[in-house]
Design a protein around this ligand. Structure first.
Ligand code: DP6
Length: 341
């Protein structure tokens, strides 16, 4: 949940008049995927989605308004340029429009998410940025409004505002006000693990946004959208019952459907590599041998495996032994976005 700041962060980025506000948010892993938009400009999803926020993989964003001719963006200590800046400037414009402020801002983000591990740091970045920028601009947004703002930066960021198990509602309104995330269960409700097998740390070839546009050309896309409500209902029930097998099978099914849609798109879209398939196969073997482990894959070649804390080291070891796996990391459920004191 969004925590109230105990005091405003007084760290001062060089050359800016106003003090900076700093916020941090964790990445999240979709168990029922968001894959398709009903409105690209407002970033409204075609379906709802359910995720788990992960501990320890986070982005910290500092924002200071005032001074300067143009917005400046630093990512991990280096001045950003091009599309990355444009995306942040557009996002700051939303905050400025809301408050009537016109000052430019200095934004500095720092990530603990290793690059190329296939966990969307943009979700954590825009959740942290939504909180830091709105506070720096003098806005005290409630969690749903923060989630709606984060969504405009990156859809999956709407979910990283909250910790634990989170549902992002599709919403019905054309203005998107009801397309916000809400917590289903806090991180301490259910102690599970996500083991990530990194099969390639190269940057992804097709962005999520471009991938979703392509997915919409697939003959399977209407079936994907039509099946979402049933998947969401099953996932909610499995989380409520802390039923790992039910949730895991459902998450695997959602991911494989998402990728099947892409394979039948025109032009085709396949994020997998050989090692991705080998990891999937290893997970299925683990299951056949009696270890409840369930795979999911996002817009990249990495395989993320849901399992119990007791089985996490066995799963990690099995995945590490798959040829082509570069590294393996294990995450527990994590908390929501917070302003840092
Ligand atoms: C496969 O949130 O990165 O990870 O809204 O265009 O920024 P944009 O897309 P993004 O897409 C995430 C896609 C996914 C599934 C998910 O996280 O639900």
């Amino acid at each position: 949940m969004v925590r109230e700041p105990s005091q405003r962060d007084r760290r001062q980025p060089a050359g800016m008049a106003a003090p900076a506000t700093t916020a941090r948010a964790n990445v999240n892993l979709a168990l029922v995927k968001y894959w398709g938009k009903r409105d690209g400009a407002l970033n409204l999803p075609a379906t709802g989605s359910i995720s788990l926020t992960l501990d320890g993989l986070s982005v910290e964003a500092s924002v200071a308004f005032g001074g300067g001719e143009a917005d400046r963006v630093e990512i991990d200590g280096a001045e950003a340029a091009g599309d990355e800046v444009l995306r942040v400037v557009r996002f700051l414009d939303l905050v400025r429009a809301e408050t009537g402020r016109r000052e430019r801002a200095l934004v500095a983000t720092r990530s603990t998410v290793p690059r190329g591990v296939g966990l969307a740091s943009s979700a954590a970045a825009f959740a942290a940025l939504a909180l830091a920028a709105s506070r720096a601009a003098g806005l005290a947004l409630d969690p749903p409004a923060l989630s709606a703002l984060a969504r405009r930066g990156s859809g999956s960021a709407a979910r990283s505002i909250f910790g634990g198990f989170v549902e992002w509602r599709r919403g019905e309104r054309a203005d998107g006000r009801d397309s916000v995330a809400e917590p289903l269960a806090p991180p301490e409700f259910w102690d599970v693990r996500v083991v990530v097998a990194v099969t390639s740390s190269a940057p992804k070839a097709v962005s999520s946004r471009a991938g979703m546009e392509r997915a919409a050309t697939s003959p399977f896309y209407p079936a994907w959208v039509a099946g979402a409500e049933a998947d969401l209902a099953r996932a909610r029930a499995a989380i409520r019952a802390r039923d790992l097998e039910a949730l895991g099978l459902l998450a695997e099914h959602s991911a494989l459907k998402m990728h099947a849609v892409g394979m039948a798109a025109r032009p085709p879209l396949l994020y997998w590599r050989g090692a991705t398939v080998d990891c999937l196969d290893r997970v299925w073997k683990l299951r056949a041998e009696g270890t409840p482990a369930f795979a999911t894959i996002d817009a990249g070649p990495q395989v993320k495996v849901l399992c119990s804390p007791d089985d996490a080291s066995r799963v990690a070891e099995a995945l590490r032994a798959v040829p082509g796996v570069e590294r393996v990391l294990t995450c527990a459920p994590g908390g929501g976005a917070e302003v840092m004191a």
